[in-house]
Design a protein around this ligand. Structure first.
Ligand code: FMN
Length: 150
């Protein structure tokens, strides 16, 4: 099983952000379910970070679409590794609007990991992902979390 983590910059206008997330969630729930892909999409008004887990050939297939998607740019794959177990058994969206938690934890973690400016840039992001997967933060609205699909 493959685990892939990428970070990208949002390329939709702020007014279209919510709609874009709904569209991405709808297509992902339908498509990933059939491909045995799970993971977590972290979304802020400026950044995306997505963890994808599943069969390598299926992730590579979906990544062709994701890389060509004009709703984001500067897609940087920061980790690609073989795993025996999934970190995230569902496909989930964690949405963070501008706010204290977003500006203090989410934005810096994503920006640093994308820029690769720290010596261990992924540690902060990994902790954030763990935090979200463990039950999350109060700013992670229930409605933004999808259940099992397929
Ligand atoms: C940040 C981001 C994350 C996405 N995640 C997924 C995903 O996990 N699964 C998926 O099928 N599509 C995802 N999409 C949508 C794809 O880019 C694409 O629109 C969709 O898979 C349809 O594929 P197609 O355009 O090749 O027909 C994502 C798009 C963005 C911008």
């Amino acid at each position: 099983m493959l685990s892939l983590l990428y970070i990208s910059r949002v390329a939709v206008a702020p007014a279209l952000w919510e709609t874009a997330l709904i569209d991405i969630q709808t297509v992902s729930t339908a498509r990933n379910g059939g491909l045995d892909i799970t993971g977590l999409l972290v979304a802020t008004p400026e950044w995306f970070a997505q963890l994808l887990e599943g069969p390598a050939e299926n992730i590579d297939l979906v990544m062709i679409s994701i890389l060509a998607d004009p709703r984001h740019r500067d897609v940087r794959i920061v980790r690609r590794e073989a795993k025996t177990a999934r970190r995230c058994p569902l496909w989930r969206l964690a949405k963070f609007e501008h706010g204290m938690f977003e500006s203090t934890y989410v934005r810096p973690a994503l920006a640093c990991a994308h820029d690769g400016t720290e010596s261990e840039p992924l540690r902060q992001l990994d902790r954030l992902i763990e935090h979200i997967l463990m039950g999350g933060h109060e700013q992670q609205p229930k409605s933004a979390v999808t259940g099992r699909h397929g």
